[in-house]
Design a protein around this ligand. Structure first.
Ligand code: BT5
Length: 322
């Protein structure tokens, strides 16, 4: 019903009377009024004037699957999109979807996450309508070792979309952040269920700060958004459409095999390379210069003593970034 009222309001530049709406839609004027209020709650600005009716003034910037994925048949891996008004976490929703027997290739995006999460059970700030929160569910027929650097491929795709849409010099901070300068613009959470030789499912969760004007105090000094970097608001539908375009190509070719050229491109866009980094290893802290990324996505650092250490996960502090 809400969408029928919206269509009627969109079709007119003038006020549409409550009586007309109730006649066309076959409901009472009270019902029309209730639906108008529900639309207002969703962010639609609807003016109402006594004896004239209702006029649509502006629409919220809501996610619209048709605008995001217009020709999925041309895609390599991303075939469908599900848009939700609210969920706890799009990664958790992806797990529920896979348990219901889904074959994968679906993106789940939500306007609002009530329990958006990062690695190690940390919180991902998910203010509604400012950011993008979405997960790609895949069921690749591969052993788990073959997808070790999929997070890097994802970060790479996000960087390409950001560069294309805004011109910003977005870079990967190994292993799972996309940064601008020394601030975090996007976080990636890859989760997997697997047997020793076979992946059951893979979920790549991505949070991107798009139109945020500010952040909670705890992260304000190290978080940024496209808006804070450019001063202009970005249309989330067209931006997400480009992110998924690059993600589809990056993941599609990556799943076939990760070429040396791919790896070199990831390295080129990785802000961690060549920097002094500190990594927690058990009880020890290791410091060295990051100088390479292996084909398994591991970071290779060289200590002051000239020893090479391979890092495959964990918290990395990069001098001059965070
Ligand atoms: C991450 O974890 O960066 C992965 C974040 C993944 C979020 C997406 S949203 C869609 C999908 N559904 C989910 O529930 N999650 C995924 P980590 O490296 O652990 O970084 C988390 C840390 O980043 C927090 O402890 C904060 O310090 C910081 N942080 C939290 N929210 C942020 C934000 N919106 N922007 C920048 N930094 C943030």
């Amino acid at each position: 019903m809400d969408s029928k009222i919206l269509s009627a309001l969109r079709a007119s530049d003038e006020y549409v009377s409550g009586e007309e709406l109730s006649e066309v839609l076959g409901v009472s004027r009270t019902a029309v009024w209730k639906h108008i209020n529900a639309l207002r709650d969703e962010g639609y600005e609807i003016d109402s004037v006594k004896n004239r009716g209702y006029k649509l003034v502006s629409e919220p910037d809501l996610l619209d699957g048709k605008l995001i994925l217009d020709a999925p048949e041309n895609n390599l891996v991303i075939k469908r999109i599900k848009i939700m008004k609210e969920t706890d976490s799009t990664n958790e929703e992806a797990k529920r979807i896979v348990r219901s027997g889904d074959e994968g290739g679906i993106v789940i995006a939500a306007e609002r996450q009530t329990a958006g999460k990062g690695r190690f059970c940390r919180k991902w700030e998910s203010p509604p309508e400012d950011g993008l929160f979405f997960s790609l569910l895949l069921k690749p027929e591969l052993p788990p070792t073959d997808v070790a650097s999929i997070t890097l491929a994802t970060g790479y795709a996000v960087c390409l979309a950001i560069r294309e849409i805004t011109g910003i010099d977005a870079r990967i901070k190994w292993p799972n952040d996309v940064i601008v300068g020394s601030k975090k613009l996007c976080g990636i959470l890859t989760e997997m269920a697997a047997q020793s030789d076979r992946i059951d499912y893979l979920i790549i969760g991505i949070g991107i700060n798009v139109n945020n004007e500010s952040f909670p105090e705890a992260i304000a000094d190290r978080a940024t958004s496209l808006f804070l970097e450019t001063g202009v608001k970005t249309d989330r539908n067209s931006f997400l459409s480009r992110v998924l375009y690059y993600l589809d190509r990056a993941i599609g070719s990556f799943l076939v095999s990760l070429s040396i050229e791919d790896l070199n491109q990831f390295k080129e866009i990785c802000a961690t390379m060549g920097r002094l980094v500190t990594v927690q290893r058990g009880k020890n802290m290791i410091t060295g210069t990051a100088y390479d990324i292996s084909s398994e996505g591991e970071l290779i650092i060289r200590t002051e003593e000239g020893k090479d250490v391979v890092i495959n996960s964990g918290e990395v502090t990069v001098q001059g970034i965070y």
